[in-house]
Design a protein around this ligand. Structure first.
Ligand SMILES: Nc1ncnc2c1ncn2[C@@H]1O[C@H](COP(=O)(O)OS(=O)(=O)O)[C@@H](OP(=O)(O)O)[C@H]1O
Length: 430
């Protein structure tokens, strides 16, 4: 036994010293592990998978692996269905990084697009950092930061959009988005189809949260974000020039202003019904037409230029605001009827404008009459997705006099829009 002698000296046997040293080592290792790796309070960690290191040893012995095998070998696999259970809401995403499950899907999607060489490099870099730790034992935020860091080593980065679809609302922008989403060199924010950053989120959020919505991009990929309300948000042009880039490109879908206004009304009523504070049982095209008329005419029976349904269709007024900030060459304008009836030629011009390789072919666009939907087939003829053209609620049908009043109101604005764009529209002089 060790004891203190009268002269305060310590007398120990060799065995005691060894035991003492062993206890010290265990104690110090315990503290180093918890103080080094956990913040206080220590975040709850996910169930760890088998050691990444041993998985690396396993995979380096394998001769050829495809990208998904690399993914599993590197990071371990989790089923997407496991992770889709958490609901998202817009506000949560503004304050934090995108929530857990969407992040994992973003990472997986970006990983699966890597070439085998890049996947190999990604794994090597990832495992250097992870060492014995499991990727899935990291918290959400740690996982996201980790993934961004490792992707950067193989040239994949998050970037603010190169091109923004700014509208116009109800002019075929969702169909266009569907087509662009399948282009191999175009990536969209995977979380929301519409970011709504430069309209309603701008004043309660920051640039980092906008960036957090963006996809992971390889060097030959561009980022496309679409939010149709930007077109009518007068602060958007200057804010985009400042926060994104003065060289940002824009895509605008344009539609007959009267049809657009009617579609807009239909859309707003559908949303009201969905939010369940409005009932439209027995609504007809005629009754909707009357309610629409009340909304767009003043008490004197004039077209109300302040009505949102009318103002959004005043393309010249809004486009002039954009042209004060960005040169015309940065805008690509598409006609809704082209997106609807014959998208290929327009999409090929758009590919050129965006500087991406040619991808679209005629056989990719198929109208499905049973579903009344436009469907998109990938190169290998696999059906990817369909977009319905209408839903159950009838579109409003105002009477002829109201339509004529709207046509008279829009005509000079349409002419001005033609002057601004150098384009011709069938509906300008109607
Ligand atoms: N190819 C194709 N597929 C599906 N839908 C198409 C297509 N082309 C145009 N449209 C019509 O575009 C209208 C919806 O426009 P948006 O997608 O811009 O609406 S939104 O602003 O994003 O809510 C909506 O108009 P309405 O049906 O009149 O409401 C769609 O029918």
């Amino acid at each position: 036994m060790c004891y203190l002698s009268e002269g305060m000296a310590v007398n120990c046997t060799k065995r005691d010293i060894w035991i003492f040293l062993l206890v010290c080592v265990l104690f110090l290792s315990y503290h180093a592990y918890y103080n080094g790796r956990c913040q206080s309070p220590c975040e709850k960690r996910r169930q760890p998978l088998p050691s990444t290191y041993s998985r690396l040893v396993g995979i380096t012995e394998a001769s050829v692996l495809n990208t998904s095998e690399w993914y599993v070998a590197c990071l371990g696999d989790r089923k997407e269905s496991d992770s889709l259970q958490v609901g998202l809401n817009d506000v949560a995403i503004l304050k934090e990084f995108p929530p857990l499950d969407k992040i994992d899907i973003l990472v997986k999607q970006a990983f699966l697009r890597l070439s085998p060489e890049k996947a190999n490099a990604f794994c090597a870099n990832a495992l250097l950092i992870l060492k014995e730790e499991s990727y899935w034992s990291l918290t959400v935020t740690e996982r996201w930061k980790f993934a961004l860091k490792i992707f950067a080593t193989v040239g994949i980065r998050q970037r603010l959009p190169d091109v923004i679809g700014i509208g116009v609302k109800k002019s075929g922008s969702s169909a266009l988005r569907l087509y662009l989403a399948h282009h191999p060199n175009i990536r969209l924010p995977d979380i929301y189809s519409e970011a709504h950053y430069f309209d309603w989120k701008y004043f309660m959020s920051n640039k980092e949260s906008y960036m957090a919505m963006m996809p992971l991009l390889a060097e030959d990929e561009i980022c496309y974000e679409k939010t149709p309300r930007y077109f009518v948000t007068s602060t958007a042009p200057t804010n985009i020039a400042r926060d994104v880039s003065p060289r940002t490109k824009f895509v605008i879908c344009i539609r007959d202003p009267v049809k657009r206004a009617l579609s807009d009304w239909h859309h707003e009523q559908t949303l009201l019904i969905q939010r369940k504070n409005f009932s439209c049982v027995g609504c007809t095209a005629l009754s909707e037409g009357i309610r629409f008329t009340e909304k767009i005419l003043t008490k004197n029976g004039e077209v109300d230029s302040q009505s949102e349904f009318i103002d959004t269709s005043n393309y010249a007024r809004h486009f002039e605001e954009w042209l004060q900030v960005f040169p015309f060459s940065q805008f690509f304008i598409l006609k809704e009827e082209d997106i609807r009836n014959n998208p290929l030629p327009t999409l090929q011009k758009l590919e050129k404008f965006l500087g991406v390789p040619r991808y679209y072919k005629q056989e990719m666009f198929v109208y499905n009459s049973t579903m009344n939907a436009t469907c998109f087939y990938e190169d290998d003829h696999e059906l990817i997705s369909c977009l319905r053209l209408q839903n159950a609620l009838p579109h409003p049908e105002p009477n002829e006099t109201v339509i004529k009043k709207m046509r008279d109101f829009f005509r000079p604005h349409n002419k001005r829009f033609e002057e601004l764009t150098g384009m011709k529209f069938e509906w300008t002089d109607l």
